[in-house]
Design a protein around this ligand. Structure first.
Ligand code: NAP
Length: 293
């Protein structure tokens, strides 16, 4: 099967490599030619536009940044619809607003293209190890067609519901992981300010009720003071804005997302947007006058 892939960044790059390992012929396009080069060397077929990608494929996957980018790739000039044959399945794996996913799906329908929103959790490591958690929204037929491809990229693939439902699950995921990053940073900062070794505190907590994947993975990176992205702080801020916009639209309270978003505003506003979201620890240290050296 011929698969198209647009969005060859931190996540997209290893995902393409896994599709190639899975035996798929993968057609790629990126704005910057240098993003395509290592993938072409690995066996992918380079294209000149998203439309050219779509012309050769039964399924096109996007892994870009936000809703306007997905819109541009799918519906814009030299976008997917310009090359698509009827029956094409477009799978957007970026994290965007559920309402945007529903809107894009409806517009694609006019061109005979079906869409699945299939955002992911698991980060760069999950992408490299083909161990992503994938949350899908769309018709049963679209999900069934996509499943073998998604299983090549992830370990847990769930059909959550209709278009937009995958993005709702991802927004819920980001409430938990955003707050988790903030809470782990807060705990480790508290330990250091108390004159107790944060690594020992984390080790002790990993055995108890406070255990979480975020304490394990993000906590480890905080201790190593590894703030290279990973998951860029501006992207996490984007995801919390998605949560708050939808909460506002729905008229539901989301107090934890609200305070977490404020912290990410400060982190990004302070110039750390391109660093990993675990740089939250340094923000707390600065705000509390805690010396990490
Ligand atoms: P990234 O490293 O910034 O990569 C994004 C890629 O998309 C870049 O290669 C960029 O191309 C391309 N792109 C952006 N806008 C485009 C457009 N309008 N047209 C064509 N290409 C475009 O980001 P990432 O970390 O891989 O994240 C991608 C998506 O996955 C985001 O929605 C993010 O929220 C989600 N996600 C990320 C993680 C993570 O840990 N990183 C985890 C789960 C979900 P250029 O290089 O030319 O700018």
């Amino acid at each position: 099967m011929q698969i198209g892939f647009v969005g060859l960044g931190i996540m997209g790059r290893p995902m393409v490599l896994n599709l190639l390992r899975g035996g798929y012929r993968v057609h790629v396009w990126s704005r910057r030619a240098e993003s395509m080069t290592p993938l072409i060397e690995a066996g992918a077929i380079g294209c000149g536009s998203a439309a050219e990608v779509a012309a050769s494929c039964e399924i096109v996957i996007s892994m870009v940044a936000d809703a306007p980018d997905v819109e541009q790739v799918a519906l814009g000039e030299r976008g997917v619809v310009e090359g698509a044959r009827p029956g094409l399945l477009f799978i957007d794996m970026s994290t965007i607003a559920p309402s945007a996913a529903r809107r894009i799906a409806l517009r694609l329908e006019e061109y005979g293209v079906e869409m699945l929103d299939a955002p992911v959790s698991g980060g760069e490591t999950g992408a490299i190890n083909a161990a992503l958690t994938i949350m899908a929204g769309g018709s049963q037929a679209a999900f069934d067609k996509a499943l073998p491809v998604l299983q090549c990229l992830g370990k847990k693939v769930t059909h959550v519901g209709a278009n937009g439902a995958g993005q709702v699950a991802k927004a819920c995921n980001q409430i938990l992981t955003g707050a988790g990053v903030l809470m782990v940073a807060e705990a480790l900062n508290f330990a250091r300010a108390s004159g107790v070794e944060p690594a020992k505190v984390r080790e002790a907590m990993l055995g108890g009720s406070a255990h979480s994947r975020v304490l394990e993975n993000h906590g480890q990176r905080m201790l190593e003071r590894n703030f290279n992205p990973g998951f860029k702080a501006w992207m996490h801020r984007k995801d919390l804005k998605i949560v708050l916009d939808e909460a506002h639209r729905l008229g539901v309270m989301s107090p934890v997302a609200a305070i977490t978003a404020q912290m990410f505003n400060a982190l990004v506003g302070g110039g750390d947007g391109e660093r990993d979201s675990v740089a939250m620890l340094q923000l707390l240290e600065r705000m509390s006058g805690v010396d990490s050296e």
